[in-house]
Design a protein around this ligand. Structure first.
Ligand code: PLP
Length: 360
């Protein structure tokens, strides 16, 4: 099947086959990765290779740490304020969708976040102009969600924090490793793995080293970046198998020629899908402002909304699954992450045209 799920999502077939081939016996060790001590030389080689490949992919500067954590991006909604500011500090949130909103609400428990822009009145279909952002002069950080998975809104460029002491923090869960990113523009990038780079259970944090070590006193040990940094992500038992899978995906992305090549493929896939929606004379609609449409998550509705259940049912019969939109917004959503082949999107587009011919 072609699986258009928003996450956990489809993984590259060659990566899954490679994992299968070494499932019982990882490279002559006689052990599955699931059975290894996280402190043994075998697993240490796996996590170190995963980190160095990720550093190469994203060209991560040496003054940044890479942490492999647990708890999903949702845990980072709390870890960010707990590590980056004190209870009385002001921080700014640009809310371009449900995930940014959740991050803001969690931060409100640990500091004084301010929503400086929200797309809610327009049902999260846009991203603000950066010049018009009224940033707080003393904000400790500016938080964005680089790609809103539910609403399909993606930052194509990034705002610069106004205060020279402030940093940019980004939730990149749903477009992580889908394109090159200038890491040096950010203080912290965090992402759950389960969209583009692996199975759920691994959360990756990329953080500038000088930001580590200032956690609020109440910070639980598992949320303290200093603890994880000092212990090279091995303070407690990490999600070993997930990290191994991420490592295989990083190898695959490098073998494809790196993130520049990956981005080209992602643009081509998104283009044919958006073209089909826009060329359907209103039969299909994508509400998102064209310049900020996501390359990863394509939400769309049918003019005749009563046909949506039929669309999803027929698509599933044709082996295209998980096309139902998020329960909060309805309609359809095609998530076309790195591992979705061009053929999958081509097949979806052909189906959409045929469905329109029959029901239009
Ligand atoms: N942020 C974004 C952009 C997401 O898409 C998601 C999950 O889909 C989350 C945060 C929450 O991630 P998790 O379920 O790993 O906590």
């Amino acid at each position: 099947v072609f699986n258009f799920a928003a996450g956990p999502a489809t993984l590259p077939e060659n990566v899954l086959l490679k994992a299968q081939s070494e499932l019982y016996d990882w490279r002559g060790s006689g052990m599955s990765v699931m059975e290894m001590s996280h402190r043994g030389k075998e697993f240490l080689s796996i996590i170190q290779k995963a980190e160095s490949d990720l550093r190469e992919l994203l060209n991560i500067p040496s003054d940044y740490d890479v942490l492999f954590l647990q708890g999903g991006a949702t845990t980072q909604f709390a870890a960010i304020p707990l590590n980056i500011c004190q209870p009385d500090d002001v921080v700014d949130y640009v809310v371009t969708g449900s995930w940014g909103d959740k991050a803001y609400k969690e931060a409100a428990k640990f500091c004084k976040p301010k929503v400086i822009w929200t797309g809610k009145p327009d049902k999260y279909t846009n991203i603000p102009g950066f010049d018009s952002l009224e940033q707080s002069p003393d904000a400790k950080y500016l938080h964005i969600c680089a790609n809103e998975t539910i609403h399909g809104v993606e930052f194509k460029d990034y705002p610069t924090p106004k205060s020279s002491n402030a940093i940019l923090v980004a939730d990149m869960s749903s477009n992580f490793c889908s394109k090159p990113v200038d890491v040096s523009k950010f203080g912290v990038i965090y992402a759950g793995a389960q969209k583009n780079v692996g199975p759920s259970g691994v959360t990756i944090v990329i953080i500038r080293k000088d930001l580590i070590g200032n956690a609020q006193p109440i910070t639980p040990v598992m949320l303290d970046y200093k603890i994880h940094s000092e212990n090279k992500s091995l303070y407690n038992t990490p999600p070993c198998y997930g990290i191994y899978m991420c490592g295989l995906v990083f190898e695959d992305l490098l073998a494809q020629g790196g993130l520049g090549e990956v981005e080209k493929k992602n643009k081509k896939k998104a283009q044919i899908l958006y073209d089909t929606i826009d060329g359907s004379n209103g039969f299909y609609r994508c509400p998102v402002e064209k310049s900020v449409r996501s390359l990863m998550n394509v939400p769309f509705t049918l003019e005749k909304s009563e046909l949506e259940a039929e669309f999803i049912k027929e698509a599933a019969k044709e082996k295209m699954v998980q096309l139902k939109g998020h329960r909060s917004v309805g309609g359809m959503r095609a998530s076309i992450y790195n591992a979705m082949p061009y053929d999958g999107v081509e097949k979806l587009v052909a189906f959409m045209k045929d469905f329109q011919a029959r029901h239009g």
